[in-house]
Design a binder for this molecule. Structure first.
Ligand code: SF4
Length: 357
């Protein structure tokens, strides 16, 4: 099966990726936005797919150096949603016309294999929603059981393809290896649609390593790719010791809104038919227009939040997240109006990655 439809622009070489990442001239960047938008339009069309996000647990056993949910953060009140609470959110997804729910959590061993398999089966038998999981590095048996229960997609960001930087910010669990590329392969073999992504502007991240990330997107043939800026959380080691890996200042990638748009646009050029969200992190950096600018520079997905308000503020990977105090209905109408005002349409159905014969 040929999975690469004709792109609007030739896929950039590594030298071009590096040149665009360092480009600051507004008129030249305008060409990049136009190429990304045209490539998006020709490959995945004008529909914007809405994936209802349900943050089912903020428990986490890991100690990622940048994340507010990390286990050592004792100031955070922890929650885990019940099956009934999750089903109430999926009912809202159906009512709002979403095609997918995304069940997201920290790496939470309290989410048992059988319990979640039962929840997935219930969602699949009572609705026509696609189910995406984003639950961290789970054993292969769990991933297989959830796929068998009907889960369609799995998101696992590799965050950076630089092995030294990865290791510095993702201490592995005692006695286990943390190899996200191997897990992405397992997911593909299990029949999931596979999503991954990176953080932009991690302290110690160089332009070369970010170009490597984009080359990894190209190589991995990902179905979904999420890119978002590094946003510092005060209760994390990375916020306190930003020099985990000192590099010359001119090599440090900035964690800015502009850099995020560049990476998003280049992601569209290297993987023309992937589903790419305009992320909440982008909307956090620019609450007025971040989401729309993401959608006009390569993205075709948004993820309205369905998490009940009493839990939403507790899912704090980084602070001051956009839409923290809106309810699910507010999120839906705000996003829908913004999409229609751009002349785009609302995607119908599950919105899987388009496959061409
Ligand atoms: S990034 Fe994910 S795995 Fe790491 S601490 Fe945060 S929630 Fe846990």
């Amino acid at each position: 099966m040929n999975r690469t439809p004709p792109a609007a622009a030739p896929t950039p070489t590594r030298e071009e990726l590096l040149r665009w990442l360092r480009e600051d001239d507004a008129s030249r960047l305008g060409q990049l936005w136009t190429m990304a938008d045209e490539t998006r339009r020709r490959n995945v069309g004008d529909a914007v797919h809405l994936r209802g996000l349900i943050e089912i647990s903020n428990h986490c056993v890991r100690e990622c150096a940048y994340c507010g949910l990390r286990a050592p953060n004792r100031s955070l009140r922890r929650y885990r949603m019940t099956a009934d609470e999750i089903m109430a959110c999926t009912a809202a997804a159906v009512e709002f016309g979403y095609g997918t729910v995304v069940l997201q959590s920290g790496e939470d061993d309290g989410i048992r294999q059988q319990w979640l398999a039962d929840v997935i089966r219930k969602i699949k038998s009572e609705t026509s929603l696609a189910v995406t999981l984003s639950l961290g590095e789970r054993p292969e048996e769990d991933l297989a059981a959830w796929r068998q229960a009907g889960a369609d997609r799995y998101l696992l960001r590799f965050e950076t393809s630089d092995p030294v930087l990865y290791k510095l910010i993702h201490p592995p669990r005692p006695g286990r290896l943390s190899d996200r590329f191997a897990i992405l392969n397992q997911l593909r073999e299990l029949g999931y649609e596979v999503g991954s992504g990176v953080m932009i502007g991690i302290p110690g991240q160089t332009y070369d390593s970010l170009a490597d990330d984009l080359e990894a997107f190209r190589r991995l043939d990902l179905d979904m790719i999420g890119v978002g800026p590094y946003i510092s959380h005060p209760a994390t080691p990375l916020a306190k010791h930003s020099g985990l890996r000192p590099i010359p200042p001119e090599q440090q990638v900035p964690n800015t809104e502009l850099m995020t748009y560049k990476v998003l646009a280049l992601t569209r050029l290297v993987r023309p038919d992937a589903n790419i969200p305009s992320t909440t992190a982008l909307a956090t950096l620019n609450k007025d227009a971040g989401r729309e600018l993401g959608l006009s520079r390569g993205a075709n997905v948004v993820m309205p939040n369905l998490t009940p308000p009493q839990y939403r503020t507790l899912y704090e990977i980084y602070p001051s997240k956009a839409c923290l105090f809106e309810n699910a209905e507010d999120c839906r109408s705000c996003l829908k109006n913004r999409i229609l005002a751009m002349g785009r349409t609302i995607g119908q159905g599950p919105g899987s990655r388009r496959q061409t014969a």
